[in-house]
Design a protein around this ligand. Structure first.
Ligand SMILES: *Cc1c(COP(=O)(O)O)cnc(C)c1O
Length: 391
């Protein structure tokens, strides 16, 4: 009987188990065994969502007008708040009616964009190491991922000129993500100009995943893709409130850019979800309209923690600089370890959870990622424990 098989669909067999689900299982096991695990594994802000945003949600949640199905395309007020934020932050003009689509967190947009734009056999260019959803999203759509290695000698930027011409011709999408998870690298204007030019020449949709655009230090302000001339002809940009306003649990972000592409993603999503709880949308409007004092204050906290981690690792023989953006530290594993063995060693010996670089792709081997999104006291304790680690 067909219906009784326990095997999933073939497409599910194409994708490896989600790294963080695997690691979480191991951490839970340790906790059950009584170990006080400090998790620096996942990039999930420990700081709370600012109270003014929570208050708007509380009020909006009590209003029956928000209890019904929301619009598929988001409240007009939210799209206008996003357009206003973009203009203030980047001096970029977007049409709120056609060039902006709110999403259930940016992962919603990122995972679904290949279903809207990629046909079986189309190539999807994805950075490695990188956010795993770029590759799994492509596979779910029957696309063919092509890995663009990120390497330290190239400042963790892909070498676009190394992509074979025949591959570029078959490519439908290119993923870029700066400031970058997991490497904390940033992209300069010249690189983004080169990427826009490359994608225009080859007819590729350039998808820029930018959830860390506001998490930057010492006066550094990351660029929007749309600050680059011609990007509006080829590009989509994915943003999120998750990292900027400590709202990972709220599930709200957006995709913006070329109107015809945004419309196709919208068309797909009308068949998948039924929009974003309106109370959350009102809270998002409050977030975007409220200025950036809280975000700047959070960045001060991250910058201080980055210095603590860099000082600790450097005193143990590493040689790293605090990053210019993101809440990640990306560092090489000590010699004699691969990244999974090193992460297991750290978890087993001192109860600190870090992420093996290989979890972000084969080119992440030899590195680990540590997130400074743990409360100060826990991060300090984790650093004290690392000082006791035998390598
Ligand atoms: C956190 C993150 C996202 C997704 O965030 P959402 O919570 O879904 O908005 C997307 N891309 C990268 C690279 C991230 O680190």
């Amino acid at each position: 009987m067909k219906g009784t098989t326990s095997a999933g669909a073939q497409r599910l067999g194409l994708i490896p188990p989600y790294l963080f689900a695997e690691i979480d299982r191991k951490v839970q096991e340790k906790k059950r065994a009584g170990v006080d695990v400090i998790s620096l594994g996942i990039g999930d802000p420990d700081l709370p969502t600012p109270q003014r945003i929570v208050s708007v949600l509380q009020e909006a949640a009590a209003d029956p007008a928000n209890h019904r199905y929301p619009s598929y395309f988001g409240l007009a007020e939210l799209r206008e708040a996003i357009a206003h934020w973009y203009r203030e932050r980047f001096r970029v003009t977007l049409d709120p009616a056609t060039e902006i689509l709110p999403t259930l967190g940016s992962k919603d947009g990122i995972s679904h964009v290949p279903l809207a734009l990629v046909d079986p056999g189309d190539v999807v260019l994805a950075p490695d190491p990188g956010y795993t959803v770029y590759v799994t999203g492509a596979l779910m759509a029957g696309g063919e991922p092509y890995i663009m290695p990120l390497e330290p000698q190239n400042h963790w930027l892909p070498d676009l000129d190394a992509i074979p011409a025949a591959t570029a011709e078959r490519a439908r999408l290119m993923w870029l993500n700066y400031p970058n998870n997991p490497t904390a690298a940033v992209a300069d204007r010249a690189f983004l100009e080169h990427a826009v030019d490359f994608c225009r020449r080859h007819g590729i949709v350039l998808c820029h995943d930018a959830p860390y655009s506001e998490i930057a230090f010492d006066g550094y302000r990351p660029l929007s893709l749309f600050e680059i001339d011609g990007a509006n002809e080829v590009g989509l940009e994915f943003h999120s409130l998750s990292k900027t306003y400590n709202m990972t649990g709220w599930r709200i972000g957006w995709v913006c850019g070329r109107a015809d592409l945004v419309a196709l993603i919208g068309q797909l999503k009308t068949n998948i979800d039924s929009g974003i709880f309106q109370a959350v949308q009102w809270a998002a409007i409050e977030a975007l309209n409220g200025g950036e004092d809280e975000t700047r204050a959070a960045c001060e906290v991250y910058a201080r923690r980055h210095r603590l981690v860099a000082d600790t690792l450097n005193s143990l023989g590493w040689s790293i600089k605090p990053p210019r953006a993101t809440f990640y530290v990306w560092a090489p594993v000590p010699s004699g370890y691969d990244s999974i063995r090193f992460a297991s060693h750290v978890l087993d010996e001192v109860g600190v959870n870090i992420t093996p670089g290989v979890g972000f792709g084969a080119h992440g081997e030899g590195y680990f990622r540590l997130s400074v999104t743990a409360p100060d006291a826990r991060l300090e304790e984790a650093m004290a424990r690392l000082r006791r680690l035998k390598l």
